[in-house]
Design a protein around this ligand. Sequence first.
Ligand SMILES: Nc1nc(=O)c2c([nH]1)NC[C@@H]1CN(c3ccc(C(=O)N[C@@H](CCC(=O)O)C(=O)O)cc3)C=[N+]21
Ligand SMILES: [Mg+2]
Length: 300
Amino acid sequence: MTAAGSLPGRAAIIDGRAHADALGARIAQQVQDFAGHTGRRPGLAVVLVGTDPASEVYVRSKGRMARKLGMESFEHVLPETVSQADLLALVAQLNADDAVDGILVQLPLPQGLDSLAVIEAIDPAKDVDGLHPVNAGYLASGLPGLVSCTPLGCLMLLKESLGELAGLDAIVVGRSILVGKPMAQLLLAANCTVTLAHSRTVDLAGKVGRADIVVAAVGSAEMIRGEWIKPGATVIDVGTSRVPRDGKNHLVGDVDFAGASLRARAITPVPGGVGPMTIMTLMHNTLIAACRRAGLPALS
Ligand SMILES: Nc1nc(=O)c2c([nH]1)NC[C@@H]1CN(c3ccc(C(=O)N[C@@H](CCC(=O)O)C(=O)O)cc3)C=[N+]21
Ligand SMILES: [Mg+2]
C-alpha cells in the first residue's frame, strides 16, 4: 500500500510559530473580555534565580509576550546566592497577591536549592506550569487542573495536524515531570496507546519504529535517528540543544530532522516548532487560572 504520507521526503512542516500566533490572537481577545468583566488584567509572575543567559532570554520573552497580549507581567530576579527560605518567602508573597494569577519559577534552580519544595509551595490554582503534585494528580485522574505548558502545546499541534488521535500508537521518549510524564497522560486521555520510553528502555529504535506518533523529549541532540521513524508517522520534537557546527552555535532538536522528514508525514522543526507553543500555552494557562480565580466560566 502506498499512502501519500509514506512517500519519502514529503513530511509537512508543523509550523509552531503560526499555531502560536493564532492561539495568541484568541488569548488577546479573551484578555480584553476578562478585563471588561473584572476591571483588572490577568497577571503572570515569573521568578528567575541566577543569571543563566538562556534562562534570562526565556524569562524576558515570557514577560514580553504577557504584555503583548494585554496581561500584567511581574518579573522577579533573585541572586544565585538566595536562600531556600527567601525563595519560599517570595512564593508565599506571590500566592497571597491578588494581582498574580500565575506563578512560574524558571527551572532548573541553581545547586543547593530544592526545586520540588519550591514547586510544592506554589498555590496549585496559580501553578501555570502544571508542576505541583496536585495538578499532576488532577491530570492523571482526568480532573480539570493546570496542565504543563510544553505537553499541552504538543497536544494542540498533534490535534491540529492529525485531527482524531484515538487508537494511534504513541511513544514519548523522556520521562521528566515537566514534559514526558504529563505528555503521556495527555495522549492517554486522547485515547492513544502510549509507550513511555526513557534512558533504560531496551530497543528504543524498535519501539519508535512501531509508533504513529513520536514525541521526543530527552534533551540529547538528534539522538532519535530518522531511519527509526515509521513511514507516515507524526513527529513532535521538544528538544532544544545548542551544538557548535561550521563555527556557529546551532539550535537542534532531539530528532535527526533531515532523516526523519524523509519518512514522517509531518514533523515540527527546531526552532519554530514546540518552543513558540510553550510560551503561548503559558499565556493560555495564565488566562485559565485568572478566569477560575475570578469565578468566570472556563474558556475554550
Ligand atoms: N518552570 C519552567 N517552565 C518551563 O516551561 C521551562 C523552564 N522552567 N525552564 C526551561 C524550559 C525551556 N523552555 C522553553 C521555552 C521556549 C522555547 C522557545 O521559544 N524556543 C524557540 C527558540 C528560541 C531560541 O532561539 O533559543 C523555538 O524553539 O523556536 C524554548 C524552551 C521552557 N522551559
Ligand atoms: Mg521548537
